[in-house]
Design a protein around this ligand. Structure first.
Ligand code: SAM
Length: 269
């Protein structure tokens, strides 16, 4: 069991390096999430891991701890309505103007979110005479989910979560060890490691941002800082999608809610 002092130190470490707030009495969660890592690095207890984190400048251990503690849950077309709004409202408006569109999937996990966006764009192109001038940047803090996203390879269990048989048929090929996303979709997405606690200024401006199901684990102050940072990367009229249970109103006034027949999204004021 982790004592109160170690738990407090570990909580501070996570909040500082990736924004994650553990809250009170989650010692059990920490122990269970770290148990494999402790075995692998031959640490007898969390206290030894903390000592190593304090001592070592080696980024590998830190990154492995973050990987173990973050939640990577995702699925294809998660919640469906953001992708319908994209298809029915946002793309027709933005693609009517002859200029490139940049989309950022912040906290993309193993790639299902940005690849779902890419599929919507491919479907739009199939019914229009011109190619859409769209770039998708997908970022995450975790090296391991980024590696899976880049590989474009999914097992039988993850392929069915949210993906219709038609889309599976059209956008994937079956390979020995699972299903590989076709290069037509894969090449539309660029993956990059990025910690949302750092600056995004170097990323440039985006017309559309998806930042979904990640800030729920962060403190109010951190959410405020991150939403303001995202707002700075968008011009007036840009669109932001957050998770179905997330709201930005108490953290920033940079966005207004826009209701569509498919559901709500946010628009940069
Ligand atoms: C629950 S998944 C959400 C994935 C996707 N956006 C969705 O809605 O399905 C949360 C992701 O946020 C990432 N994450 C956690 N803290 C982060 C941080 N500080 N910076 C960037 N990504 C972070 C995790 O690695 C994980 O892949």
């Amino acid at each position: 069991m982790i004592d109160a002092q170690d738990y407090a130190e570990f909580s501070r470490f996570l909040a500082d390096c990736c924004g994650l707030v553990l809250g009170e009495n989650r010692q059990y969660l920490v122990s269970s999430r770290l148990s494999r890592l402790l075995d692998e690095f031959a640490f007898a207890k969390v206290e030894d891991l903390l000592r190593a984190l304090r001592r070592s400048a080696d980024p590998t251990l830190k990154s492995r701890v973050i990987d173990a503690m973050t939640t990577n849950e995702t699925s294809w077309f998660r919640d469906n309505y953001p992708f319908e709004i994209l298809r029915q409202t946002v793309l027709p408006e933005l693609l009517a103007k002859p200029r490139p569109i940049r989309i950022w999937s912040a906290a993309c996990s193993s790639g299902q979110e940005p690849y779902s966006i890419a599929m919507v764009i491919a479907e739009w192109e199939a019914t229009h005479p011109t190619k859409a001038n769209v770039n998708i940047l997908a970022t995450d803090l975790s090296e391991s989910v980024l590696a899976q996203a880049r590989s474009g390879l999914y097992d039988g269990l993850s392929i069915v979560r949210g993906l219709s048989p038609e889309r599976r048929q059209r956008f994937f090929e079956t390979v020995n060890n699972g299903h590989r996303i076709k290069s037509e979709i894969q090449q539309r997405v660029r993956f990059q490691k990025l910690n949302l606690m750092d600056s995004y200024a170097a990323l440039g401006k985006f017309e559309i941002v998806f930042c979904r199901n990640v800030l729920i684990y962060f403190s109010a102050d951190t959410k405020r800082r991150i939403f303001d940072g995202i707002a700075r990367q968008m011009d007036s009229g840009g669109y932001l999608f957050v998770g179905a249970s997330e709201a930005v109103g108490s953290y920033t006034d940079a966005f207004e809610i826009l209701r569509t027949p498919q559901g709500s999204m946010l628009r940069r004021r």
